[in-house]
Write a protein that binds this ligand. Structure first.
Ligand code: PHE
Length: 455
């Protein structure tokens, strides 16, 4: 039996799904995380491994999530449970949904803290613009002062979480569709302007070389794990966020074309961000391999100081980046909210409030790891780094592995074929099927097995 609508609402058109899924995909992962981990991993080789992961693992899993979500039309846990039951498989598969909720909870806990940094920077520039507050002349010190101030971090983390909760509480159609369709294109335009500035610095060629000419000696197990984790993180995969959005996708929409559009848009934003940021880093004599979570926060203000209208531009940039983070965090909060709406008597608003409050509390661990707990390490990482690693680099790929196995082996090919696109040429369907059944799961297993030291 095929359901055509979900109780949580539906996207009003294909375009709205593309906007929402792109809104989920494009976020801090592209503009904050991609540049900084590319930097830490030495550039070119990392970028190429990342692109390969997007194509060979990310895309098939992206299709798989949309297919499962749309077929089930419920929150991931219940969709998986129902689809498993009707396929005669164990309901334990719904554990993928539970793991996704936990991964999403961990991701959102630190994501909201970083989004708080961008809000704080947007506000700093606003104050410069409106009240002539002093410019950020020493970005390193400015960033350091922010991290050293738990109260400020907690405040902006709370503001961001309230914004996220607000949209999810209202339901996705009202606020989100409209906000995403106006603000995301604006962010892209600002990135292109920044790219133009980067090109004018005289260091563009050098940046292109850093980003695309591979030094294969840099490739090792931990770099590949990071690249794969980033592919999952940036496409919002492995924790059932896209599955949840797929549940609200009208039945007539063609999944492959839609999925490819989202992946291309997401990849384009990451690459443009890299091409905009690395010339700036180089032109101010910073170390392109300096990395660290503060990478863009310490590099970009230098450019804004020397650009025409740099203050207004800096404000717009950080505020729009906050919006990009917002449209991503909504998709992190929606899956647990949808599940509890289905399985309890509580209202959507109450649930959104409770889940957001719990995530906010968890985020305090990341906040304190930047200051009062900065000495505490877990496996050589500070607390925030450890949460980021566990959630993004381990849990998302494990989730993606299970999702691929479920879509490839548990769902019948008549179901997946029907959901993907009946008119799809047979070779294309077979390609997806075997990437999903074998290539993606094996690749994920090999990479994760490698990092766990199994071989
Ligand atoms: N894709 C988002 C980004 O790149 C982060 C995210 C991860 C959102 C997982 C939802 C689920 O910023």
């Amino acid at each position: 039996m095929m359901k055509t609508t979900s109780v949580h609402g539906m996207w009003s058109s294909r375009l709205m799904f593309v906007m929402a899924a792109t809104g989920s995909a494009v976020g801090l992962g592209n503009i904050w995380r991609f540049p900084y981990i590319t930097s830490e991993n030495g550039g070119g080789a990392f970028v190429l491994v990342y692109l390969a992961c997007i194509a060979l693992i990310g895309l098939p899993v992206l299709f798989a999530e949309i297919v499962i979500g749309r077929r089930g039309r419920m929150s991931p846990i219940n969709s998986l449970k129902e689809l498993a039951t009707s396929a005669g498989a164990s309901t334990a598969w719904s554990g993928i949904g539970w793991m996704g909720i936990i991964a999403g909870f961990l991701v959102l806990s630190f994501y909201s803290v970083v989004a708080g940094w961008t809000l704080s920077y947007g506000f700093d520039y606003l104050q410069q613009l409106a009240f002539g507050a002093p410019a950020i002349t020493d970005p390193g010190a400015h960033f350091g002062a922010l991290l050293a101030d738990p109260a400020r971090l907690i405040f902006w983390h709370a503001v961001f979480m309230i914004l996220t909760m607000g949209v999810v509480a209202l339901g996705v159609e009202e606020g989100l569709e409209r906000a995403v369709s106006i603000l995301m294109p604006m962010l892209f335009v600002l990135l292109l302007i920044l790219l133009g500035y980067g090109m004018s610095t005289g260091h563009f060629q050098e940046a292109v070389g850093f980003l695309f000419s591979p030094d294969w000696s840099r490739v090792d197990g931990s770099m590949i794990v990071t690249a794969m984790g980033q592919a999952f993180f940036t496409l919002s995969l492995g924790m059932c966020a896209i599955m949840t959005y797929g549940a609200y996708l009208p039945s007539h929409v063609n999944v492959p074309a839609t999925g490819v559009t989202v992946a291309l848009a997401d990849t384009a934003v990451a690459l443009v961000a890299g091409l905009a940021i690395f010339p700036i880093v180089l032109s101010f004599g910073l170390d392109p391999e300096g990395g660290g979570a503060g990478f863009i926060f310490t590099a970009l203000p230098l450019a804004f100081n020397s650009m025409p209208f740099g203050i207004a531009y800096g404000m717009a940039f950080f505020l729009l980046l906050s919006v990009a983070a917002w449209t991503s965090s909504i998709s992190l909060l929606e899956p647990p909210t949808a599940y509890f709406v289905e399985s309890t008597d509580m209202s959507r608003k109450t649930i959104a409030l409770l889940v957001a409050a719990a995530t906010w509390l968890m985020g305090l661990a990341s906040v304190f790891s930047l200051n009062i707990w900065s000495q505490v390490t877990i496996g050589g990482r500070d607390i925030m780094g450890a949460i980021e690693f566990l959630a993004a680099d381990i849990m998302l790929p494990v989730g993606g592995l299970l999702i691929a196995l479920f879509a490839g082996w548990v769902l019948s090919t008549s179901i997946t074929r029907e959901e993907l696109d009946e008119k799809m040429p047979s070779w294309a369907f077979q390609l997806w099927l075997w990437l999903t059944r074998v290539v993606a799961p094996l690749a994920i297993l090999l990479v994760l097995g490698g990092i766990l030291g199994l071989f």
